[in-house]
Write a protein that binds this ligand. Structure first.
Ligand code: ASP
Length: 422
């Protein structure tokens, strides 16, 4: 049985078992025990196992990717194309979201009593997020922090500063390109070693995937407030339709016309990546799988996967940007605030920028989303309204985030004259 079939079975079984338990044993002590001592730890171990390798992997693959590109002019060209692609396609994603939320107007469907109830029941979590968001620096300091004063300190924390790591790794790669090949060789060999070891460890972790995925999905569905899904159905639907249009519409067109590849075949080949993203809700945790599948199934050369994919996992979040745009406007509608076209353009710009700055971890974008809300005068407490359905939306938007990265890598490979594997 192939790996993705096993993961898929884990996903379906986890979802089915979770929904059943939610229906029949929602408040039982046995279910709480099972979640606390079995499924939650198992899910966390699986996530940690993958995330554990992200810092060494990003460092080694980016530095090596740049060193293998080998020529600074070529690096500049690939870098320019990659960043332009990220910005244009992310802006397209937010635009799709805004058009939908303005036409469907999901905020008008939320009954007043549901709104009050949600604001009340998620008050605590909302104020926690608000204080995290107030502490998060986003502005000129974000730019300054991209150049780390101490590269080790910038990653030696639970939420590593990925942009700083990216900068440091790029610099190492560039330096390796500049110095004499003989001198560069030993470090290149070490980086290759780190890369190879990472692949082996990730393969071991992925053997756990069917069980890890079962546990993660069970944790979500067995706790999920399905009534909430119904109450917020118009909002959830707007986000999902937007994500679907971008996934099936924009990505297929980009794959067909930019990467010159059959979109159906493309999606088929990256199934494992999409499943991993869906069940982990984390671009970072999915990154090792994203890299290995892009190389082995699509034949994208390592120098391109090594450069584009680590950048993409942090900077290219199409699903997140679309979700942010829809959510800000939905909450504006709920609070009866009309955002002018100018304000909506600010929402587009800020959604793109904050999607770049969001961490690729579950709910990584929420504190930054609150920042955008404050910027356009929507009460920060309003985030409480959507928190209950965020995990489900997070799973879906993360699929787009990683698919977008591979779409970009496929385009760059084609543009650089490499044929993708049939
Ligand atoms: N979970 C998302 C990711 O890892 C980030 C977010 O939208 O919260 O890509």
């Amino acid at each position: 049985m192939s790996r993705h079939t096993k993961i898929f079975i884990g996903l379906i079984l986890g979802a089915a078992a979770g929904v059943m338990c939610n229906m029949f044993f929602a408040a039982s002590a046995q279910l709480a025990f099972f979640q606390k001592y079995i499924t939650d730890p198992l899910g966390k171990i699986f996530l940690n196992f993958l995330i554990m390798m992200v810092v060494p992997l990003v460092f080694a693959s980016l530095a090596l990717g740049v060193a293998q590109i080998g020529d600074l002019k070529k690096l500049g060209r690939i870098g320019f194309k990659t960043i332009t692609y990220f910005l244009v396609v992310t802006t397209l994603a937010v635009t799709i979201g805004l058009v939908l939320v303005n036409s469907i107007r999901p905020g008008d469907y939320l009954p007043e009593e549901t709104k009050t109830k949600l604001l009340e029941s998620y008050k605590g979590e909302a104020s926690e997020i608000k204080s995290v968001s107030e502490k998060t620096e986003f502005g000129i300091q974000t730019l300054v922090d991209i150049v780390p004063r101490n590269p080790i300190a910038s990653v030696a924390k639970p939420n590593p500063d990925m942009l700083a790591l990216i900068f440091f790794s790029l610099m190492i790669g560039i330096a390796l390109t500049v110095i004499n090949r003989n001198k560069a060789e030993p470090l290149i060999k070490i980086l290759e070693g780190i890369n190879d070891v990472t692949v082996v460890i990730i393969n071991i972790a992925m053997k756990l995937a069917p069980f890890g995925v079962f546990a993660l999905i069970f944790g979500v569905t067995s706790r999920f407030g399905f009534d909430l899904l119904v109450a917020l159905s118009m909002y959830v639907l707007t986000v999902l339709v937007g994500l679907l249009i971008h996934l099936i519409g924009s990505f297929s067109l980009l794959i067909k016309f930019f990467a010159k590849y059959n979109p159906y075949k493309f999606f088929k080949k990256i199934e494992t990546v999409m499943l991993t993203a869906f069940s982990t809700s984390s671009s970072s945790a999915t990154l090792p799988t994203t890299i290995s599948v892009s190389q082995s199934n699509l034949g994208i050369p390592t120098q391109i996967t090594g450069f584009v994919l680590p950048l993409g996992a942090t900077m290219n979040m199409n699903g997140t940007a679309l979700f942010e745009g829809v959510t800000v406007l939905f909450l504006a509608q709920v609070f009866g605030i009309e955002l002018s076209l100018g304000m909506q353009l600010i929402v587009v710009l800020m959604s793109v920028l904050t999607a770049i700055g969001s961490a690729g971890v579950p709910s990584g974008s929420i504190p930054l989303l609150v920042m955008v809300m404050i910027m356009v005068n929507i009460p920060a407490e309003g985030i409480a309204i959507i928190l209950g359905v965020d995990r489900i939306l997070d799973m879906c938007r993360t699929v787009l985030n990683v698919t977008g990265d591979i779409t970009c890598a496929a385009y760059i490979a084609k543009a650089e004259g490499h044929e993708l594997k049939d």
